[in-house]
Design a protein around this ligand. Sequence first.
Ligand SMILES: Nc1ncnc2c1ncn2[C@@H]1O[C@H](COP(=O)(O)OP(=O)(O)OP(=O)(O)O)[C@@H](O)[C@H]1O
Ligand SMILES: [Mg+2]
Length: 315
Amino acid sequence: MLASDAAVIEVRGLEKRFGALTAVGDLSFSVHPGEIFGLVGPDGAGKTTTLRMLASVMRPDAGSIVIDGIDVLALPEQAKRHVSYMPQRFGLYEDLTVDENIRFYADLFEVPRQVWQTRADAMLAAADMTRFRGRLAGQLSGGMKQKLGLVCSLVHTPRVLLLDEPTTGVDPLSRREFWQILYSLRSEGVAMLISTAYLDEAERCDRLALLHAGKMMYCDTPAGLKARMPGAMLQIVAADPRRARDAVRDLPGVEGVLLAGSGIHVHVDGAERLPQIAAALAAQGVALISIDAAAPTVEDLFVALLDQESVEAST
Ligand SMILES: Nc1ncnc2c1ncn2[C@@H]1O[C@H](COP(=O)(O)OP(=O)(O)OP(=O)(O)O)[C@@H](O)[C@H]1O
Ligand SMILES: [Mg+2]
């Protein structure tokens, strides 16, 4: 990662209001070349609004945005040339083929033919889509449409890539391919701002900002955020995870419980609760396959932090 270089995105005091609603309030952050910066937050947190302002498709009410040294509010058209923006619903032409869509976006950005063809060949191969080049975009699956959207966003080489939930609806295998493309861009020094609803994907970002109701609650590396998690996590695997969850919920020291696959993640006030919880579940006849101390996932963390926030807001 080249994140020690000067920031390529500088956002200060950004604000956007819709009537009485503050969709984004006093938001400040910076993103460096070769950094993948994640925007995470529940529906309506302000992720899309933030990305739209950075892409110059929406004007903020206050604050400043500097991209690659260009004042975006003063020179939006100039700034746009350094940015590639993939909106939450990317505009593909359904009655054009995969190749024709790519050519359309390449022409829009005035990319020389040799340049975009080489890039498109490599990205389509990485996305496992070479055999669909002649297929109409309207006949692609949802995940393939998302991947084509990314390829179209990258026919020119941006300094800054803005991606709004690019992998929503994309299957896990394709999401992995998608992230391989992002990693290769990272090594080319592209700065990426990506919103995601998948918290396992948040783990892959270099830094994360947690937005809630338009405000930034936390901003740190995934490891740094986890270090802020108060208490400890226990991982329980049980024959009947739902029953185990219901039984564990009201035990002393339990702050939160999350179903995770065949197990449950229990947030406790301290790791020393483990034997006590194991005994209480055994006393209630809940069969446990295993109970262990565990590292928190980003999902555990966000649930805990947002819970804490809503408790503080209501007191
Ligand atoms: N054009 C608009 N007019 C009025 N309100 C808007 C407009 N765009 C967004 N909002 C509101 O601003 C808030 C933030 O919306 P935004 O789309 O930025 O959230 P988001 O984090 O992208 O959510 P999601 O995860 O659902 O995509 C929401 O309450 C939304 O209803
Ligand atoms: Mg959105």
